[in-house]
Design a protein around this ligand. Structure first.
Ligand code: NAG
Ligand code: NAG
Ligand code: CA
Ligand code: CA
Length: 683
């Protein structure tokens, strides 16, 4: 049985889409900054006084244009045209301006916003005429001939008509009235969500320290990281607080802030960790990668004074700042930068992604385990471009647009297959979202290619691009608009999920899985359906906040999703969920603070054949089950028939130490409602 939906669930998908397409687009202004609330209310474009892309000054300029256009009209047309002219002019203030003017896709601002056909054909041609003759360059005006309304409306079409005016506005209004979450209706083949932490402000990071403590570290975009114990109780004093130093804003969709954190593979011994965040101000933005050390007095706090800056990179624009930090299985530190920002990687002659003198649009690999204290890092000797003139030796791979969440595959627990592969979700421009597996020296194509498709016709056919590495999977913007890379599931609670690379889309909230067909050398993608109330019970729900910000993994390899219903650092709608396979979540009530499988991997690989020494696993206490009919007198001894990670596969067989209350009749374990805490197994 598979977690993902087959064709049976197409109907469900259609429902989800109908819901989702109204929920969200990608708000972005003409300058590629996120929209904001103007300091003062606007006078002409009042509709965008609460949230939009115009300051009072820009609104004033639009008002001048508006007055001029109206003056050019005969008196009787003014009343007819007033509203149309205002609506069309004011789209520059729309929170979706960059899409409405096709700037996201074509890098050329269209003279007029994209107009939905129905609306466009309803505008009287005298209004269009006045609008064009007053505001638009004569050479462009010819291409927008108002004499033929059909041609005119054709010419206002934009690449992604999801954003056309005015439907985008009504969609948005509509979305305020609907439930701000995704609610599933599927069955046991779908996914459920265990809500663990709520009230977060754009959680971007969930990582573990790999030190055997099973602590979870959750970072929020505004700059604070907190420690959560294995039962997800929170330690109130922040682990790390960079909120005063960080560059971000409360604007919805701002991509700057606290973006990444990685613990040294030997953190338990050396207390070293690394973070990736935005600094500076709106005019001089940078990303910074720093090293910190754990405080000597408290293992749940960072020594704030220990910061050592490894790298700072100038960010020419507010968007596309990358942000992933991770350690490869080779022990080196990897950082994933974005192309710098704006649209179409417009920087320099070929863009940053293809420019090996720049560290933007790259996978960087550095060695932070070197004896020389006078330098923050050294270059691994086998980095692919070492010694080449005008090439930054830190580069490990290039041609990335904006990798948002990359992860290392732990590998199959038995065969080790896949171990060390690095998966990335690379956010696309106007058409394609992609998943890549990062290889040393690889060119991932951007800005020559977006997904499999040529983006920059001049660059695509140059020899440098001939051997670029295509994605393992793409999806189009009719499915989602901003990928959030996830993890290859190698955990032990949910065997059905093993070997699936689970990832999602920020804007539509869809969750997907990619499974490798090694024989065919292909990756099969499926949308993962969401369970309904009948399926998702017993402490889980088929419900989640739709904007998927990030994924995370705990020490045992279980997966978490971080999402919100409104992506602003001021909004406390961020939630952390554990991904749960409902087929392993029923009936038997094993209350496990954390799975002991991480340790069991060491000895045997799979948690079905746990062979941890029995005496090292202790039940919390003997206790009665809820119906008082069964007594557990002592814990089941662990042997090959016992599954402690989640629900037992099948009947566990007779366990003599468990009996019905008042009798000596043995009970069958799988029929019991257990509530036991299993301590982690220490080897
Ligand atoms: C490549 O990037 C470097 C560093 O940002 C810059 O100085 C140079 O002009 C760029 N080269 C091209 C060809 O754009
Ligand atoms: C499990 O036991 C603990 C401690 O006795 C109790 O606090 C908790 O509510 C129980 N959980 C369930 C799900 O019954
Ligand atoms: Ca940037
Ligand atoms: Ca690519």
């Amino acid at each position: 049985m598979s977690l993902a939906c087959g064709s049976i669930s197409l109907a469900l998908l259609a429902v989800i889409f109908a819901l989702l397409m109204t929920v969200n687009g990608h708000p972005q202004c003409l300058d590629f900054m996120p929209p904001f609330e103007p300091a003062e209310p606007l006078s002409l474009c009042q509709e965008y006084s609460k949230f939009g892309c115009c300051t009072r000054e820009q609104d004033y300029e639009l008002r001048k244009q508006f007055d001029e256009i109206l003056r050019s009209l005969p008196q009787n047309s003014r009343t007819v045209c007033e509203k149309h002219v205002m609506n069309i002019l004011c789209q520059e203030c729309s929170p979706y301006a960059s899409h409405l003017y096709d700037l996201e896709t074509t890098q050329v601002k269209k003279p007029l916003p994209g107009l939905c056909p129905k609306y466009c054909s309803s505008i009287p041609s005298e209004c269009i005429n006045a609008l064009l003759s007053t505001t638009i360059d004569p050479s462009v005006r010819k291409t927008l001939s108002p004499s033929d309304p059909k041609t005119f409306c054709e010419s206002t079409k934009i690449t992604d008509m999801d954003y056309c005016y005015p439907d985008i506005i009504t969609n948005e209004k509509f979305s305020n009235d609907i439930q701000k979450s995704i609610q599933g209706t599927g069955g046991a083949e779908c996914l459920c969500f265990k809500q663990l932490v709520v009230g977060l402000r754009n959680p971007t990071v969930l990582v573990h320290a790999g030190d055997g403590t099973h602590r979870i570290f959750i970072g929020e975009q505004y700059g604070k990281v907190h420690v959560y114990l294995p039962d997800f109780s929170k330690i109130d004093t922040p682990f790390l607080d960079l909120s005063k130093n960080i560059l971000t804003s409360t604007r919805r969709g701002d991509e700057r802030g606290f973006l990444g954190m990685a613990f040294h593979p030997d953190f338990k011994q050396n207390g070293r960790l690394f973070v990736y965040y935005s600094i500076g101000d709106d005019k001089h933005q940078k990303i910074r990668i720093s090293e910190f050390r754990i405080a000597s007095h408290d293992p749940n706090q960072v020594d704030r004074a220990s910061e050592k800056v490894l790298l700072e990179l100038d960010e020419p624009a507010g968007n596309h700042n990358g942000g992933q930090l991770l350690f490869g299985t080779d022990g080196y530190l990897y950082a994933f930068t974005g192309d710098g920002g704006k649209a179409g990687d417009p920087w320099g002659k070929r863009g940053n992604g293809q420019n090996l003198s720049s560290l933007l649009g790259k996978v960087i690999r550095i060695d932070i385990n070197h004896p020389d204290d006078s330098v923050p890092y050294v270059i691994p000797r086998d980095n692919p471009f070492v010694g080449q003139p005008n090439v930054r030796p830190e580069i490990y791979a290039y041609g990335q647009r904006n990798s948002w969440r990359c992860s290392v595959d732990r590998g199959d627990p038995v065969t080790g297959e896949g171990r060390g592969r690095i998966f990335c979700g690379d956010v696309g421009q106007g058409k394609w979202e992609e998943v890549d597996i990062i290889k040393k020296g690889g060119n991932y194509g951007w800005r020559a290619f977006e997904g499999f498709e040529c983006f920059d016709k001049k660059l695509c056919n140059t020899p440098e691009l001939a051997n670029h590495i295509p994605p393992i999977h793409v999806y189009s913007h009719s499915v989602g608009k901003s990928i959030t890379g996830g993890y290859m599931y190698r955990g032990c609670l949910y065997p059905n999920m093993r070997g699936q690379y689970i990832y999602g889309d920020f804007w539509t909230g869809l969750i997907f899985s990619l499974t490798e067909d090694a024989k065919k050398g292909a990756w099969n993608n499926k949308v993962i359906c969401v369970g309904g109330d009948d399926t998702c019970n017993n402490g889980v729900r088929g419900l989640y906040a739709p904007n998927i910000l990030s994924f995370g993994e705990d020490e045992a390899g279980e997966l978490y999703m971080l999402s919100t219903d409104y992506a602003s650092t001021s909004h406390e709608g961020g939630v952390v969920y554990r991904l749960v396979d409902p087929s392993r979540n029923a009936q038997v009530w094993l209350h496990i603070s954390f799975c002991s499988c991480a340790s069991c991997y060491v000895s045997s690989g799979l948690c079905e054949d746990i062979s941890c020494p029995a005496e090292k696993v202790r039940l919390l206490q003997s206790q009665k089950s809820r119906n008082d009919k069964t007594v557990i007198e002592q814990g089941p001894s662990l042997n090959h028939d016992t599954t402690l990670c989640g629900r037992p596969k099948t009947d566990l067989g007779t366990v003599t130490s468990v009996r019905r209350a008042g009798t000596h009749a043995p009970a069958r374990l799988s029929r019991l409602i257990l509530n036991v805490t299993i301590y982690t197994v220490q080897f």
